[in-house]
Design a protein around this ligand. Structure first.
Ligand SMILES: Nc1ncnc2c1ncn2[C@@H]1O[C@H](COP(=O)(O)OP(=O)(O)OP(=O)(O)O)[C@@H](O)[C@H]1O
Length: 274
């Protein structure tokens, strides 16, 4: 793929639910290696956008091109194999599964051998299984989860469960990682750890990320570029400092919760140029 081509191109995307316009003619591109954030007040359409990108929602109109292919032609189960992985706001569907098995399960969704064959260790799948395991252990190491790899997910504190979910998404070796409120409900310390991990994913693994998050300090400190939605429409797009100074963005946030207002740009860590 041409590195000058966007990895993701969203054009004129509209999503509607019986009278509610969740997204209206939304367009943007995400470049390879970029950390792209999508923000907006409650109900702005952020989750709907992720649901379109993971093929859960069918848009009313628009085009989505991922790595040169028409994403909207894929079935939901083909999205992971195409290279898109997603973390979830709420997890907890597998409380008895160990952390390592959770990663292996995620990884199998994009591997060649079926989980049944792999489970039975038939022929060449044995080697693939060992490779999968080694890769999952590498990800657990990267995310400081090695010590809890054999613990059931349900026995872990909330912050570690969310980190395990991020590890599961990374174990899929995605080209595009969709992070859905990765620090929601986390303490300051846990938030700082996740911020460091997000930067490592960008810098060490080179994975392109789209971050949906209400924590403005995190977004403005990490993102290369920010897209702002309000009532399903794009109201601003640009580098964090540009977006923070945009009157339409300030108005959208003031109308809802003034404490969510982005901090002045001077107080924030520098963001990388691209
Ligand atoms: N499955 C659905 N059925 C009906 N309406 C929906 C559905 N999903 C989203 N909506 C509506 O679409 C609009 C956008 O919602 P969405 O969840 O995408 O916003 P959001 O920006 O993710 O909000 P939040 O920050 O609160 O998570 C809202 O008005 C919401 O009620």
């Amino acid at each position: 793929m041409d590195p000058r081509e966007p990895l993701l191109r969203v054009e004129q995307l509209s999503v509607r639910f019986a009278g509610v316009r969740a997204l209206s003619e939304v367009s943007f591109v995400v470049w390879p290696g970029e950390l792209f954030a999508v923000i907006g007040p409650n109900g702005a359409g952020k989750t709907s956008l992720f649901n379109v990108l993971s093929r859960v929602y069918q848009p009313e109109a628009g085009r989505v091109t991922f790595a040169g292919q028409d994403l909207l032609r894929l079935k939901p189960h083909q999205v992971a194999r195409a290279g898109i992985a997603r973390t979830f706001q709420n997890m907890g569907q597998f409380p008895t599964m160990t952390v390592l098995d959770y990663l292996l399960l995620g990884r199998h969704t994009r591997m060649h051998s079926g989980i049944l064959r792999a489970g039975l260790f038939i022929g060449p799948t044995r080697r693939e299984e060992w490779e999968n395991r080694a890769y999952c252990l590498h990800i657990l190491d990267l995310l400081n989860l090695k010590e809890v790899r054999d613990r059931p997910l349900g026995s872990l504190p909330y912050g570690l469960q969310k980190r395990a979910d991020l590890a599961r998404a990374l174990a899929m070796e995605p080209r595009l990682l969709l992070l859905d409120e990765p620090v929601a409900g986390m303490s300051l310390e846990e938030t700082e750890e996740i911020a460091a991990i997000i930067l490592e994913i960008k810098e060490q693994l080179g994975i392109t990320q789209i971050l949906v998050e209400h924590d403005m300090a995190l977004v403005m400190g990490l993102a290369d570029r920010v897209l702002v939605l309000d009532f399903g429409r794009v109201i601003a797009e640009g580098r964090p400092a540009e977006v923070q100074a945009n009157p339409a963005v300030i108005k959208a946030y003031l109308g809802e919760e003034s404490e969510q207002l982005p901090a002045p740009a001077d107080d924030l860590p520098a963001v990388s140029e691209n």
